[in-house]
Design a protein around this ligand. Structure first.
Ligand SMILES: [Zn+2]
Length: 510
C-alpha cells in the first residue's frame, strides 16, 4: 500500500485525513483507487483527457512524476505519494462557462434562494446550543457589525471569506451548520453557497442577529481592537484558526521565559511580535560580547547591561501593545512557585541541570505546560511537558523526570560553553518553542506533548520520537514522592548559577 498525502483543499473528501493508504502498482492505479475510496477526488485531479491537471503536481517520494514516467510511474510498496496543488496565497473560482439565460432582480433571486434553503428559528437554535451536539454557528457579518456582540460560540467569518475558509471548519458534508447575518438575507445567500459546495445540513437563522438580540437571548461582546491593532495583527486576523478570537486569546496570555539567552531571544521576539500580552523574562545575567553570536535580543552597544533591562526595551519597541515583566534574579526553589504561578505557559531556555529539574517540578506542581528545549553543538530538541488536568479534560503527557529520572553525574555532559553551539541553532529551536506556546494558547494543532522533536542541523533533518509518561515518576507519576520543591544543587551535585560573577563556568542560559 502506498501512503498518499492529501493537501488541505482536498481533505474534505477524505474526511479530514491528511494521509491515506491506497493500493496500486502505478501512479495512475493509485489515484484511480484513491478516487474509488474517496469519490470526487478524481475530478479534482484529472482533466477531461485523463491527464493530471496542470496546476497540480504529484510526487512519488521526492520526485515529481512528470520527471519520471508520468502516470505510468511505477509505485513501490510503502511508497509516499504527495499531491501538491498550486497555492498562490489567493483563491481562484472556476466558472462553468454557462451564462445565466435570464437576468434576475434582487427580489427574484431572494425568492429563488429562499425556496432552496432551510431556515432555523432563533429559539430552536438556542435550544440546540444547550445540547450535546451543537451545530457549527457562523456569523458572516462585517467586522464593524460584530463589534457590538455576537451569538456565544459563533465563528466569525466575514461573508467574503466563507467559501474559502469553510473547509477548515467543516470537513464533514453532514455537519450541521447555522449561518446568520443581521436580518437573515445575506445568510440565506451564504447558505445557498454552502449548499452548492455539497454541505447538506445548512440553515440560515431566520431574522438574524437582530431577532436573537431582541428576544433577549445571550450575546457575547468581543474584544474591540484599535485600528492600530487591526493593522498590526491583520495577518493573524485573516488566518481561520487565529482570527480576532485567537488574537484576543494571545493578548490575554501570559508566558514566562526562563532565560533571556539563545533560546529565549527568538522565542521572546516572536511572542512579542505575535501580541502575546504579558511576557515574563527571568535572567540575572548581563550582556556579554560572547552572547551576541546567537542571542539576537542584544546588540554590541548593550554589552555590560542587564539582559532583562535590554530585553524589555527591545520587546516594547517591537510591540508597545505588550507588557514585559522582568526578574533580574536566578530561579531558586524559594521563588520559583511564586513567579511561575502568575503565568499560563513556561518556556525553558536554561542549560544547567539544577534549573531544568527545578522548572520541571514547579510546572508539574502548578500544573503549567512547559515548552522545553535544549541545544548542543549542531543539534536541538524540543518537547512540551503538559501535566494532566483531569477536570479540564487535559490528559497530559510525560515530564522531564519521566524521561530523565536522574541528572547526569557532574561533568559528564559538557555545556554549550564548553562544547560550543552553532549560533543559528537556538534561533530555529527557540522559534519552534514560540510556535508551540502559541498553539497552546490558541488551542490549535497538535502540540508536541508526548513527542520529542529532534533537529540535526548538519543532516538538515527533523525526527519525532514518542515519549511516554512514567507511572513511577517521582513527581508526575501515580504515587508521587516529590510534593514540594527540593534542593536541586544537592540533587544534581552541581551549584546553580549565581549573579554578580559568582556563577560557575556554566552560564545560566545558552
Ligand atoms: Zn514525570
Amino acid at each position: 500500500m502506498a501512503t498518499v498525502y492529501i493537501p488541505t483543499p482536498l481533505r474534505r473528501l477524505t474526511g479530514g485525513q491528511s494521509k491515506v493508504q491506497v493500493a496500486g502498482s502505478t501512479v495512475r492505479e493509485v489515484l484511480q483507487n484513491l478516487d474509488a475510496q474517496y469519490p470526487g477526488i478524481g475530478e479534482r485531479l484529472f482533466d477531461d483527457q485523463g491527464n493530471i491537471k496542470r496546476f497540480i503536481n504529484v510526487f512519488v517520494e521526492d520526485d515529481e512524476i512528470r520527471t519520471l514516467q508520468g502516470l505510468d510511474t511505477p509505485v513501490a510498496e510503502n511508497a509516499k505519494i504527495s499531491i501538491v496543488p498550486a497555492m498562490a496565497g489567493g483563491a481562484s473560482t472556476q466558472g462553468n462557462g454557462r451564462a445565466r439565460p435570464v437576468r434576475l432582480t434582487r427580489e427574484q433571486l431572494l425568492q429563488q434562494v429562499m425556496a432552496q434553503i432551510k431556515e432555523i428559528d432563533i429559539h430552536k437554535l438556542h435550544t440546540m446550543l444547550q445540547g450535546a451536539d451543537t451545530p457549527l454557528v457562523i456569523d458572516i457579518r462585517e467586522p464593524h457589525e460584530v463589534e457590538r456582540g455576537h451569538i456565544p460560540g459563533a465563528k466569525i467569518i466575514p461573508r467574503g471569506f466563507l467559501e474559502l475558509w469553510i473547509d477548515d471548519l467543516a470537513y464533514d458534508p453532514d455537519q450541521p451548520i447555522v449561518i446568520y447575518c443581521a436580518g437573515g438575507v445575506r445568510s440565506a445567500l451564504a447558505a445557498k453557497a454552502l449548499q452548492d459546495m455539497g454541505y447538506r445540513q445548512v440553515y440560515s437563522l431566520a431574522g438574524g442577529f437582530h431577532a436573537w438580540e431582541s428576544a433577549g437571548l445571550p450575546v457575547e461582546t468581543p474584544r474591540v481592537f484599535t485600528p492600530e491593532q487591526r493593522e498590526r495583527y491583520s495577518r493573524h486576523f485573516i488566518l481561520p484558526d487565529v482570527g480576532e478570537e485567537g488574537q484576543a486569546k494571545l493578548l490575554d496570555a501570559k508566558v514566562l521565559l526562563v532565560g533571556g539567552g539563545g533560546l529565549g531571544s527568538p522565542a521572546a521576539l516572536y511572542l512579542a511580535a505575535a501580541g502575546v500580552g504579558t511576557l515574563g523574562i527571568i535572567d540575572h545575567d548581563r550582556v556579554d560580547l560572547s552572547n551576541l553570536q546567537r542571542q539576537v535580543l542584544y546588540t554590541t552597544a548593550d554589552v555590560g547591561r542587564p539582559k532583562v533591562e535590554v530585553a524589555a526595551e527591545r520587546l516594547k519597541a517591537l510591540n508597545p501593545d505588550i507588557n514585559v515583566v522582568t526578574y533580574r534574579e536566578p530561579l531558586y526553589s524559594e521563588n520559583a512557585l511564586d513567579i511561575i504561578r502568575e503565568y499560563d505557559i513556561v518556556i525553558n531556555g536554561t542549560d544547567n541541570f539544577p534549573t531544568r529539574y527545578l522548572v520541571n517540578d514547579a510546572c508539574v506542581l502548578l500544573r503549567k505546560p512547559l515548552v522545553d528545549a535544549s541545544i548542543f553543538m549542531f543539534e536541538g530538541q524540543v518537547t512540551v511537558y503538559q501535566p494532566a488536568i483531569p477536570e479540564l479534560g487535559i490528559e497530559g503527557g510525560p515530564c522531564y523526570r519521566c524521561l530523565y529520572p536522574d541528572p547526569p553525574p557532574p561533568g559528564e555532559v559538557p555545556s554549550c560553553a564548553e562544547a560550543g553551539v552553532l549560533g543559528v541553532l537556538p534561533g530555529i529551536i527557540g522559534s519552534i518553542q514560540a510556535v508551540e506556546a502559541i498553539k497552546l494558547i490558541l488551542g490549535i494543532g497538535e502540540p508536541l506533548i508526548g513527542r520529542l522533536l529532534m533537529y540535526d542541523a548538519l543532516a538538515q533533518e527533523f525526527r519525532v520520537l514518542k515519549v511516554q509518561r512514567n507511572p513511577e515518576c517521582p513527581v508526575c507519576g501515580d504515587h508521587p514522592t516529590i510534593r514540594k520543591l527540593i534542593d536541586y544543587e544537592q540533587f544534581c551535585g552541581v551549584p546553580m548559577p549565581r549573579p554578580n560573577g559568582q556563577h560557575t563556568s556554566t552560564p545560566a542560559q545558552v
